[in-house]
Design a protein around this ligand. Structure first.
Ligand code: CP3
Length: 357
């Protein structure tokens, strides 16, 4: 047993979970690991459960949410579960007409292009997402000492889907509003930040132990523009979540130039994609933050020896951080071999466990 972590009487051992310890930059028995998109199409058991059920409908069925969230934990020795939902769920819940099309992504029926378009973004109440409260409660009971990570989309990423009407490579309409109509942009970002805050609060109130904000596509924005057009809103999200007392992770793809600012936004943990080595990320992020990442997901398609060498390199560089949570640099890909991910989780634990003393 260790004496550096306080066990509160009725947390079921959660406070001593390696994932939460690492988020808090406390000593860990091994480096914790989980995989973004660990649930989903790479698992045959997921495809079976989802057969005939549209994506967004599956996110409203508590029994299905619990089952899909638990599936990767039966295969992988991961240190955390991530709630099965989608960043578009709170938008749908307040009445945005949208769908998630297989192989495409989110598609919005009436993209937001003007002030009148903002009206649909009313505040989210817990009563809008009773299935989230119910599913989180069920999961927390099943998970015991394994933490559940709640999540929401970051404001830039949500804005991009809403303005473009779907996935976008260049985010041209989004940036046209951001640069050309900064007041409208700010009002949109405020409403989206409110939705993100409300959605995270519902999950934490129901028992989630940590939260991750996925501002997946914010790497498309230059640092000076991030500071002006995104940071104030990201900062408010993290500030309003702080009193809940759970670790907050902030992640985006292609954010090498933004890592310092994404830390400044107020997260406890900065997620790093595979483009920036973790020891370099340490020098870009202010002290007092843990890092999460960052094996290139595509490495999983190389022979195991390569995966092992690369994973050990990530662990070695991660040791230069104040806390390290091992993850992929972005999500699990649908064609990935689950057996490789199982071996990877075991390797992370074995390779990061100190000699017995
Ligand atoms: O295991 C987990 O990580 C939890 C589940 C999760 C999903 N979406 C389920 C899902 C999480 C964390 C998300 C977040 C999400 N959704 C993000 C941010 C994460 C990232 O990848 O950067 C984004 C950008 C979205 C929007 C979205 N939803 C996309 C781009 C897609 C893929 C569309 C496709 O078919 O290629 C989705 C659908 C989606 N969300 C799936 C899953 C399991 C696949 C849907 C299916 O089964 O058909």
């Amino acid at each position: 047993s260790n004496d550096h972590s306080a066990r509160t009487p009725d947390d079921g051992g959660l406070a001593e979970s390696p994932f939460l310890l690492a988020c808090r930059r406390l000593p860990v028995p091994h480096t914790p690991v989980w995989f973004m998109r660990q649930a989903g199409r790479s698992l045959p058991e997921y495809l079976r459960v989802r057969e005939g059920v549209p994506m967004l409908e599956s996110c409203t069925r508590p029994d299905m949410i619990v089952e899909i969230t638990m599936q990767p934990l039966r295969r992988y020795a991961v240190d955390a579960a991530i709630f099965y939902s989608d960043i578009m769920v709170p938008l749908r819940a307040v009445g945005v007409d949208l769908d998630i099309k297989p192989g495409v992504g989110p598609v919005i029926a009436d993209p937001i292009r003007d002030a009148a378009g903002l009206d649909v973004l009313r505040p989210l109440s817990p009563d809008d997402v009773p299935y989230v409260t119910e599913a989180v409660g069920g999961l927390v009971g099943e998970l015991g000492a394994t933490p559940l990570i709640g999540f929401a989309g970051g404001p830039f990423t949500l804005a991009s889907y809403l303005i473009e009407g779907g996935p976008s490579k260049n985010h041209e309409r989004t940036k046209a509003m951001m640069y050309g109509e900064p007041e409208l942009w700010a009002r949109l970002m405020e409403r989206l930040a409110d939705l993100t805050i409300a959605f995270l609060k519902v999950q934490v109130a129901a028992g989630a132990s940590a939260v991750q904000v996925f501002d997946s596509w914010v790497g498309a924005v230059a640092a000076q523009d991030y500071r002006e057009y995104v940071l104030p809103h990201a900062r408010r999200v993290f500030a309003e979540i702080e009193p809940l007392g759970v670790p907050r992770i902030h992640f985006g793809v292609g954010t090498g130039e933004l890592l310092g600012l994404m830390g400044e936004a107020g997260a406890d943990v900065v997620g790093v994609d595979w483009r920036v080595p973790l020891d370099e990320a340490v020098s870009r992020v202010e002290p007092g933050k843990a890092l999460q990442g960052n094996l290139d997901p595509a490495v999983l398609f190389a022979p195991w020896e390569i995966v092992e060498r690369r994973a050990r390199d990530v662990l070695a560089r991660g040791r230069t951080a104040e806390g390290h949570i091992f993850n992929l640099g972005h999500g699990v890909l649908p064609s990935m071999d689950p057996d490789m991910l199982a071996r990877l989780a075991d390797l992370v634990h074995e390779a990061s466990t100190d000699d017995p003393h």
